[in-house]
Write a protein that binds this ligand. Structure first.
Ligand SMILES: [Zn+2]
Length: 95
């Protein structure tokens, strides 16, 4: 269930409150909407749910971090093996 008060970070608290009130009027009662008697969830209940989603900020994604080498790394000695070699070898193709 959605909270009555706009959650923290809500982009549009007024839209949230309006949509919440609408969703409270159009509730599911044994498969039928209590306000318009349509099969639940009725179009207004769906619209209210979508409006509340729009009032929320989009899901956060982790920022992309690029590795920028700052110092020159000497090449590994011949025959040296590193755990990351396999991953690099799969992504980069030589030749
Ligand atoms: Zn309804």
């Amino acid at each position: 269930m959605m909270p009555a008060q706009p959650p923290l970070g809500c982009l549009d608290p007024r839209l949230w409150t309006t949509a919440y009130e609408l969703s409270q009027q159009h509730t599911d009662d044994a498969g039928r909407c209590t306000a318009c008697a349509m099969p639940a969830p009725c179009p207004k209940a769906e619209a209210a749910r979508e409006a509340m989603q729009r009032a929320l900020p989009p899901p956060r994604r982790a920022p992309t971090v690029y590795h920028v080498p700052t110092e020159k790394v000497s090449p590994p000695p011949v025959g040296a093996r590193f755990p990351s070699d396999r991953h690099i070898g799969r992504r980069r193709r030589r030749g």
